[in-house]
Design a protein around this ligand. Structure first.
Ligand SMILES: [Zn+2]
Length: 446
């Protein structure tokens, strides 16, 4: 599903003055509203209100159970935003936003609840202490948009800005993607959905995987360079989310990313430059790790599992013995090869490839009861990843070389040799055991 949200930082630099003038108008408008017409009794009959501690919902939709949960959802989110952004709960004690959940937009315009001078927004919009969300086909997506716009609201109140476009929309998507249990009032923000059914209407992972497959996936730098208009394309939300998932969690970038949020929050590129300067030495390695992570970024991507990481130095010998765990993604060998070198892999042992109904025992050749990416499930596979000194034209998934019990592979690319068993990332967590592997490399004569 297409999703579009126009936010304050998305206006172009040339339009900043225009927006400042507009903000004065909106402030006057907000003052008028706060002094006149928010009480339930003053709203026309077709509007209903729901009160929470930190949110007042105003809607023209029928008050079903899903809508009735929104104040509790939002109030559960506020302490989590406080923790994530290091804000004392006492500071937000009196913070409250008005959220308009709109079925018929013209009703809100008619009653002065949606200023006509705001830009068109098909899905959601935040300005000051107000957010607007258009009616969606699923209750998940109502909640998602409310948390997305709520993240903008919280950040703009705390930081005075939402940062550059990739950070602003990436963080809003990160905190918007959630699990919610209305029975217990438990809210998990910042999750990777296990299945598509968990997040109806969201679609970010589908966009990422299909663009990767079509060879049109943007580079990490391109995402970080997104301008103020980039998010007029729905794909930019998916890529901003992916960049935040990666930079926030990868061992090579998470410390710097955490400190990024302590910097003055500005909508221009100064924060991105700050981040890049601190990661400059690690950037070639990060470029390669980003590409491997993207290929894994499917439903069920497990943040508890180690993310793909290249070795910092090469192995002392051209022969390495290692255990390849069945429950992890690509595992580095420390063997760095050049194009034309011949890599020999010998593997033995058995591991468990967990399935929902029963466990399957698998050797290095895999089991032919099921396939993933055209190869037997559980088969030992190989790839190479090389730190990239130059920005590539686009992001691309690592090639996948079948190994099985033994293989000789004439390297057609330089880089470190990595190994894993062949299974989608969401299926790895219930595996167990390992394969015993020997990797040797015959160097091409100079
Ligand atoms: Zn947004």
């Amino acid at each position: 599903m297409q999703y579009f949200s126009i936010c304050r930082a998305e206006v172009s630099c040339t339009a900043v003055l225009w927006w400042k003038l507009r903000s004065i108008a909106v402030a006057i408008y907000a003052f008028c509203l706060s002094s006149t017409c928010f009480a339930q009794q003053d709203l026309p009959a077709q509007f209903r209100t729901l009160e929470g501690k930190h949110v007042r919902i105003v809607t023209d939709m029928p008050l079903d159970d899903d809508l009735a949960q929104l104040p509790a959802l939002f109030d559960a989110a506020v302490p989590q935003w406080c923790r994530e952004f290091g804000v004392a709960p006492s500071k937000v004690e009196n913070w409250k936003v008005t959220a308009y959940m709109m079925r018929a937009r013209e009703r809100f315009v008619r009653e002065g609840l949606l200023p006509t001078h705001l830009p068109e927004f098909p899905y959601g919009f935040q300005w000051g202490d107000e957010v607007w969300v258009s009616e969606q086909p699923t209750s998940y997506y109502h909640r998602h948009l409310l948390l997305h716009e709520g993240t903008h609201w919280f950040m703009s109140k705390h930081f005075g800005s939402n940062g550059p476009p990739w950070l602003m929309e990436g963080l809003a998507e990160w905190y918007g993607t959630h699990r919610w249990s209305p029975e217990t009032g438990t809210l998990q923000m910042g999750v990777i959905p296990k299945t598509k059914l968990e997040v109806p209407g969201w679609g970010r992972i589908t966009v990422i995987q299909s663009q990767l497959e079509d060879g049109i996936a943007p580079t990490l730098e391109l995402i970080l360079r997104y301008g103020s208009r980039a998010h007029q394309d729905a794909e930019a939300y998916a890529w901003s989310w992916a960049a935040v998932v990666f930079l926030k969690h990868h061992p090579d970038s998470r410390d710097v990313f955490e400190r990024l949020l302590d910097q003055p929050m500005r909508p221009d590129m100064s924060m991105t430059r700050w981040l890049f300067q601190r990661l400059r030495k690690r950037w070639p390695k990060l470029r390669a790790e980003w590409q491997a992570t993207l290929a894994d970024l499917e439903y069920g991507f497990d943040l508890e599992l180690p993310m793909v990481e290249l070795s910092r130095s090469s192995a002392a010998s051209d022969e390495v013995r290692l255990k390849v765990a069945a429950d992890k993604s690509w595992q580095p060998t420390g063997i760095f090869v050049k194009r034309g070198d011949v890599v020999r892999v010998n593997a033995s042992g058995r591991c468990i490839v967990g399935r929902s109904r029963r466990d399957w025992e698998s050797g290095p050749e895999g089991v032919t009861l099921d396939y993933y990416r055209g190869r037997p499930l559980g088969e030992l596979v190989l790839t190479t990843l090389e730190p990239l000194k130059q920005e590539p034209e686009r992001s691309s998934a690592p090639q996948l070389i079948p190994v099985g019990r033994e293989a000789d592979w004439a390297a057609n690319a330089s880089g470190e040799v990595l190994l894993r068993i062949n299974e989608r990332i969401g299926g790895l967590a219930d595996n167990s055991g390992h394969l015993d592997v020997v990797v040797t490399v015959a160097r091409r004569a100079p």
